[in-house]
Design a binder for this molecule. Structure first.
Ligand code: C2O
Ligand code: CU
Ligand code: CU
Length: 525
């Protein structure tokens, strides 16, 4: 094979995993046991109800109805190739959508804000799960109301399994209690209750931060595990907070191995002692719980690089927020002002997340397999089209992509179906870290440049990349003054559902920035 064909083949091998209909395998594999909450097979769900659980404080939840039972806040499990056919019923006083974050879906099924479900209405979703095994999730995506709805508890994990995933659990003899899928966010707690969403101008600027972690809906979450390997699939479901995830047994750091990222398993495990996890990013990791009794997951202290001072004019709440009632009856907003003392833990300060208590019989030790999947090294085909994007900040208009605020009816750019592109995304020095998310397509990180010190210190791979850059990604964080190069594969499945031009979105997953118009539509034609 010549070099050009080899490069093209290797990106197809990586990209194909999430978009190619040939990626399907017979759904003969079983669903794993996932601890930490109730699980339900995505294929068995007939109806998902989006409802307020507590109308006073505005806490919300998804309830899955299988016909036989109703399960509140489940973790969904799916095999690669499974179908999902269900009615989404919106019982909120606001429009909503269900966006399957990370899934390769057509525009009609993607659940972006183009086609909201009005209050009291329903919509049918029907699609096939094409993605590799990995941790995915769904959440609301209605214009201007995304941040409030996600904060209120509308976050749902979807664990997809494939043959590599099953083989890994077998190789490390994973105990059933030791596989956890966790959505970690931060909430504002006062007097033991989670306060409703009511952002000030400052919150709209840096993002809505809390003062306590909430994990799969629980404060002070603890999970019992057996002494052996623990496999954690973690989502940063925070509206805005970046986490520098690490583990401690008392004061002693607990090392771990990174197994996978947003789009599934790496080719080989990466030993680490900390990892940045910004909003919407996922990590799959293994830690050895044998020698300890109690393991604490924390976010370590770091410099969050907030380099764009809020002006009096910046980042007002989205106009849609004035058109619909808030989810909470109780209003803590008061005159839009600054945050009160104790209301938040600033970003970059240490924050306890959850803990694992280790009990039971020791399992015989196993070593982690050195090969986890056939994911190829990231490469850019020679014929890839180059595209440049700029993340900007303006005191008048807030955070922007290419100096433009989001326009619902505009298409910022089009990509050809099947095209390979290399994106160069550069963040302004007067900025903050932006976790940039692409709908519909996974991408690979090729290179980083201009990374700031503490993040650069974690860059152990070639081309300035960090360990999480080695996997398939749908969200990538770009620090102020940093540039990142991404290889994007715009292949769409050869399936009638994907016929015709398909619109998708590219946006910052700091949800206050997303609602604040740091977003673009694009089309694949
Ligand atoms: Cu997780 Cu456009 O979203
Ligand atoms: Cu998404
Ligand atoms: Cu942002």
């Amino acid at each position: 094979m010549n070099r050009r064909r080899f490069l093209a083949a290797s990106i197809t091998a990586a990209g194909a995993a999430c978009v190619s209909p040939r990626g399907f395998r017979p759904a003969g594999i079983g669903l794993p046991a996932i601890a930490g909450g109730r699980t339900v097979s995505l294929a068995a769900v007939q109806r998902i109800v989006v409802e307020r659980e507590d109308p006073v404080l505005g806490r919300c939840r998804y309830v899955a109805d299988t016909g036989a039972e109703r399960i509140a806040r489940p973790v969904f499990l799916a095999r690669q190739g499974d179908r999902f056919d269900a009615v989404i019923e919106n019982r909120l006083p606001q429009p909503t959508t269900v966006h399957f974050h990370g899934f390769a879906l057509s525009e009609a099924q993607d659940g972006a804000g183009f086609d909201p479900i009005p209050p009291g209405a329903s919509k049918t979703l029907a699609f096939r799960v094409r993605n590799r095994g990995g941790l995915y999730w769904f959440h609301p995506h209605p214009h201007g109301l995304t941040a409030e709805q996600v904060y209120s508890g509308l976050v749902s994990l979807v664990v997809v399994v494939d043959e590599d995933d099953v083989a890994l659990d077998q190789a490390i003899a994973l105990a059933p209690a030791n596989r956890l899928a966790l959505a970690v966010s931060d909430v504002r707690v006062a007097n033991g209750v989670v306060r409703p969403y009511a952002p000030s101008v400052e919150d709209c600027h840096t993002g809505w931060l809390g003062n306590q972690a909430i994990v799969n809906g629980a404060l002070d979450a603890r999970f019992p595990v057996a002494p052996g390997w623990v496999r954690l699939q973690l989502l940063n479901a925070c509206n805005a907070r970046g986490l520098l995830l690490a583990f401690r047994a008392g004061d002693v750091p607990v090392p771990f191995s990174l197994l996978g990222t947003d789009g599934g398993l790496l080719s080989a495990p990466q030993p680490l002692d900390r990892v940045f996890l910004h909003p919407a990013e996922r990590v799959d990791l293994a830690l050895d719980a044998r020698p300890r009794r109690h393991i604490e997951a924390i976010s370590l202290e770091y410099d969050p690089r907030l380099h764009a001072p809020p002006g009096p004019m910046t980042m007002r709440p989205h106009p849609a927020r004035a058109r619909f009632p808030t989810l909470a009856a109780e209003n803590i907003c008061g005159p839009a002002g600054t945050r009160r003392a104790g209301e938040i833990v600033p970003e970059g300060e240490r924050l306890p997340l959850f803990s694992l208590t280790v009990e039971g019989e020791h399992l015989p030790p196993r070593t982690l397999p050195q090969r986890l999947s056939s994911l190829a090294e990231a490469t850019a085909p020679l014929d890839a089209k180059a595209r440049r994007m700029r993340l900007d900040f303006s005191e008048q208009r807030g955070f922007l992509i290419d100096n433009q605020p989001y326009e619902l009816d505009e298409i910022a750019f089009s990509a050809a179906r099947g095209a390979h592109e290399v994106w160069e995304i550069r963040n302004s020095p007067i900025s903050m870290p932006h976790p940039m998310h692409l709908h519909g397509f996974a991408f690979r990180v090729l290179r980083r440049q201009g990374t700031f010190g503490p993040a650069r210190a974690l860059a152990t791979e070639n081309a300035g990349r960090i360990a999480t850059d080695l996997g398939l990604k749908d969200t990538v964080t770009i620090w102020p003054n940093e540039s990142a190069w991404l290889a994007v594969d715009f292949s769409l499945p050869d399936d009638p559902a994907f016929r015709g031009p398909q619109r998708y979105m590219f946006h910052c997953h700091n949800l206050e920035h997303e609602d604040g118009m740091m977003m673009q539509n694009f089309a694949v034609v």
